[in-house]
Design a protein around this ligand. Structure first.
Ligand code: PGA
Length: 252
């Protein structure tokens, strides 16, 4: 059985005190959520404080990005995956479409970051997804399989336990335009097939594939009803404790 993961991506929002306030408001609202892993990803500057304040709770903390490097060194502005771990993170989001689009991250960069995360003992939430133009051209599947091949090559069987894939169609992020549960299911099943071909049936069966893109309290139930959707990566609706808690508690 794949345990669902509901992860909140706070992007570049919230000061340290606002982050702590939201995290502490969320804590009691999701305290009984044993059906899934609950994750929040604050900005780097708030990560340590939030992680400290959530210690002993069922909410885990994620970084939103990390360096491609494995060891500390002269890399101005970068943060090692191991440093995120040291600050209290257990997950890291890698290759988000905003990083691919605005910071020119390629599949090679995504692969290095994924590997660095695994070496550091973090679980990498690796994002893939096509743009609207790519979907309209009928190339959504080839784009996503290329991102999977390029971003996740070179992983060993044991590394795969530390990988979560997030399918986030770029046209659905922050646009209010969600993929239908059927569209998402179709791509999730495709990603699982790609994984089965590339690795093994067992690895594909165990892989958790999250959907992301305008997930809200009113569409999470339909998404989670799909057999290959194993959770969600939530942006906008994760910024408020009550709406994120409603998404986490989709099973109530
Ligand atoms: P959204 O963002 O829920 O605001 O569409 C999702 C994401 O970018 O991870």
């Amino acid at each position: 059985m794949r345990k669902p993961v509901i992860a909140g991506n706070w992007k570049m929002y919230k000061t340290v005190s606002e982050s702590v306030e939201t995290a502490l408001a969320l804590k009691p609202l999701v305290a009984n959520a044993n059906h899934c892993e609950v994750v929040i990803a604050p900005v780097f500057t708030a990560l340590k404080t939030v992680a400290d304040r959530l210690e002993g709770s069922n909410i885990k903390v994620a970084g939103q990005n990390c360096s491609t490097e494995i060891e500390e060194g002269a890399q101005t502005g970068e943060v090692l995956a191991a440093m995120l771990k040291d600050a209290g993170a257990s997950y890291v989001i890698v290759g988000h479409s905003e990083r691919r689009q605005y910071y020119f991250e390629t599949d090679v960069v995504v692969r290095k970051k994924t590997q660095a995360s695994i070496v550091a003992g973090l679980t990498a939430i690796v994002c893939v997804g096509e743009s609207l133009a790519q979907r309209d051209q009928g190339s959504a599947e080839s784009v996503v399989s290329e991102q999977i091949e390029g971003g996740l090559s070179g992983l060993t069987a044991s590394d795969l336990d530390r990988i979560i894939v997030a399918y986030e169609p770029v046209w659905a992020i922050g646009t209010g335009r969600t993929a239908t549960p059927e569209q998402a299911q179709e791509m999730h099943a495709f990603i699982r097939r790609v994984f089965a071909q590339r690795h093994s049936d067992a690895a594909a069966e165990n892989l958790r594939i999250l959907y992301g893109g305008s997930v809200k309290p009113d569409n999470i139930v339909g998404l989670m009803a799909q057999p290959d959707i194993d959770g969600a990566l939530v942006g906008g609706a994760s910024l408020k404790a009550d709406s994120f808690a409603q998404i986490v508690n989709y099973n109530r």
